[in-house]
Design a protein around this ligand. Sequence first.
Ligand code: FAD
Length: 296
Amino acid sequence: MSLVVLNNVNLAQYTSWIVGGPAEHFCMPKTEDDLLQALQHANKNQLPITLLGGGSNVLVSDQGIQGLTICLRQFSQISSKIENNKIYIEALSGTAKSELLKIFLKNKLGPALFLAGLPGDIGGGVVMNAGVAEMFTPREFMEFVDEIEVMDFDGNKKTHKKNDLKITYRHTDGWQPGIVTKVKISWPLEIDETILQKVKDANRLRLSKQPLDMPSCGSVFKNPEGFKAAQLIDQSGLKGFRIGDAQVSLKHANFIVNLDQAKASDIWSVIQHVQKTVLEKHNIQLKTEVIRLGKW
Ligand SMILES: Cc1cc2nc3c(=O)[nH]c(=O)nc-3n(C[C@H](O)[C@H](O)[C@H](O)COP(=O)(O)OP(=O)(O)OC[C@H]3O[C@@H](n4cnc5c(N)ncnc54)[C@H](O)[C@@H]3O)c2cc1C
């Protein structure tokens, strides 16, 4: 087997919160063949599989993750072509969203504005149906996706057209179980000469509103129907609430930042305290957007 599988790998370095314990077994496939080898290894040794994209929306347990963690960030390749007044883009799922942004920006197309400041991989964007609050077009990831390719845990591939998927707020269903391997995207060639300036302005605005200089996972909670989670948290007096080195950001109440040495358990305790307080004060149950991985 040419794929390298490592043991006891610190996962904090692969998450944007910089927290979490070790992966019992860990690999970073670069190609589809590597991915097949990873699956065979897991099946042969009866290891449960956990997937990690850019690690920008996960909370990994301090106890780490049992079994095989497959980190997809090197499973990366992207190409584009223009045909019939449309751009067509094909990417492996571990390709960073910033690579997609570059293609849209180079072609002066609207999705560049949506992607500005969205971390993580293209696969993570599909799974989470990443989106923004602003009324951009598009404002959700799945708006420009035509189809995805998924490999099940036995290595069989299947294509899912967008219409076969169940796409909801911050979630895409109907493809599981498996690994999103390839994503096909298209967008009309409606050129916007001012797009670069718009992207710069959007980045400046994000920087002014969000604690981007500190480790976080972006917004921790989903916005409940008709409400903004950040507002509810702020109105509950929770800005600055802290357990260990995990703190509700003073800049944006829906962010929990790692001040330095936060543990995943500190972050989880802050999450639970925020949920309990908002429920008491507003009678609204906040649901997490962030996904917990490993043993809790
Ligand atoms: C500073 C900051 C700002 C952010 N702003 C936004 C924002 O504006 N809007 C927004 O929606 N999100 C935002 N996020 C959250 C996050 O960036 C997005 O949800 C992103 O799309 C997650 O992608 P990822 O590759 O990091 O996924 P990960 O965090 O690695 O994974 C997320 C989930 O998807 C699964 N997964 C990942 N890749 C695959 C795959 N190929 N196949 C199957 N399962 C897979 C993982 O197992 C996990 O359950 C922000 C995060 C940060 C740190």
